[in-house]
Design a protein around this ligand. Structure first.
Ligand code: UDP
Length: 377
């Protein structure tokens, strides 16, 4: 190929891997670097040395999507196993089913409501004066009422985000449906599943192309920019500019790992909604691979806190101050030529894996389109 470009990609997570693959398949030479000792970013999974169970080292990742292109795309690189995420919640001394569904409602209110009756019950609880909810708390009070909000959302959200739900955007709650049926599937998407051999194997398969070279334990240096025709940067946007306008806030997670000889909680995810319990949830990872059998069990208690320099960034906080700071970084980024910023960290958004893949495909497509436009065949 006479128009072969030398591409540098910073970050070997899903975004970097998908872009690398698209460009390599178009005939370009791709070098991908990552400061960590492994590929796959935060969806990295590995087998626990003691039990052999596949663990999601940076917290549970469940693949779900409505996007046919993305669903077809991952099937090129892995075998997906059927998996439905069903989450339980311990709250106020009881175990409930999440997301809030007819079972949760009937358990919580000690009723035997039909769907129509449950709708009327929740409607009677909702605060109708909040016609235009401005934040997470108002959104919850408007749609599910005070009792359900305080039991399931208030404590959990304060632990997860470290701030009052009245200071959080309403959109966070919109991630969770309320159902008036017994459907306890945590997600409403058409497709859902788990890669049979884990996410690391999926990322490795995407990266397995003769025109892609991967370098681990290698941080991006400003000088690297000059070594390539085009840079795709998937690391934190503020880090790219050496935190010139300050640090964008993230929540980070601490995991407390423990073992059990048999079954610890009997399900993959148990949320703890009471505020006086310091962790948000316990995950028992053998239930993420129900097609495998293992002796014993490995679990993680998950604690959320404000990220400090050096911590792994997980959830972008996106408070008012952060949005102002982000706008300044985005203005800088938009002036760059020869650099594309893509992915969760570089765009400072909370992205599900399917959106990550869709956006990575789009970013690669835009770059290839520009090349074609610039150099007619
Ligand atoms: N949430 C809650 N209680 C729960 C589960 C979720 O209050 O038991 C809130 C919490 O603020 C969380 C948001 O709903 O950040 C979105 O939940 P989701 O399960 O999507 O969170 P994630 O998968 O990001 O951990």
């Amino acid at each position: 190929m006479n128009n072969k470009k030398h591409i540098l990609i910073v970050g070997a997570g899903l975004t970097g891997a998908v872009i690398a693959r698209e460009l390599a398949e178009a005939g370009h030479a791709v070098r991908i670097i990552d400061s960590r000792s492994h590929i796959a970013g935060n969806c990295y999974s590995e087998r626990d040395a003691r039990t052999g169970i596949m663990v999601h080292t940076y917290g549970p990742h469940i693949f779900h999507t409505d996007n046919q292109t993305v669903w077809d795309y991952i099937h090129r690189f892995c075998t997906m196993m059927p998996y439905i995420n069903r989450v339980k919640a311990t709250a106020a001394g009881q175990v409930f089913s999440l997301p809030i569904n007819l079972h949760t409602i009937n358990q919580f209110f000690h009723t035997t409501c039909s769907p129509v009756q449950a709708k009327a019950l929740i409607d009677s609880k909702s605060d109708k004066s909040l016609t235009d909810p401005q934040n997470f708390e108002q959104q919850a009070l408007r749609f599910i009422g005070r009792e359900l909000y305080q039991t399931f959302f208030k404590g959990y959200t304060i632990k997860q985000w470290g701030i009052s739900p009245s200071a959080l955007p309403a959109a966070i709650l919109k991630r969770l449906p309320v159902r008036f049926t017994y459907d306890d599937n945590y997600f409403s998407h058409r497709y859902q599943g788990m890669p049979r051999d884990g996410y690391t194997a999926l990322a490795a398969a995407i990266l397995d192309h003769p025109l892609i070279t991967v370098e681990l334990n290698r941080s991006f240096q400003t000088e690297d920019r000059a070594s390539c025709d085009h840079l795709f940067f998937t690391g934190p946007l503020d880090a790219y500019y050496q935190f010139a306008y300050g640090r964008l806030g993230y929540r980070t997670l601490d995991f407390e790992k423990f073992y059990d000889e048999g079954e610890f909680q009997g399900t993959a995810v148990m949320n703890y909604c009471d505020q006086d319990i310091p962790f948000t949830r316990i995950t028992e990872h053998k239930y993420f691979s129900p097609w495998e059998t293992h002796q014993g069990s490995v679990c993680y208690r998950e604690y959320s806190r404000q990220s400090e320099p050096g911590d792994i960034p997980y959830y972008p906080v996106r408070q008012v101050d952060e949005k102002t700071m982000l706008a300044r970084y985005v203005a800088l980024a938009s002036q760059e030529t020869g650099v594309t910023f893509a992915g969760r960290l570089a765009t400072y958004r909370y992205l599900d894996m399917d959106i990550t893949i869709a956006e990575a495909l789009a970013a690669a497509g835009r770059y290839l389109g520009c090349l074609r436009d610039a150099t007619p065949m």
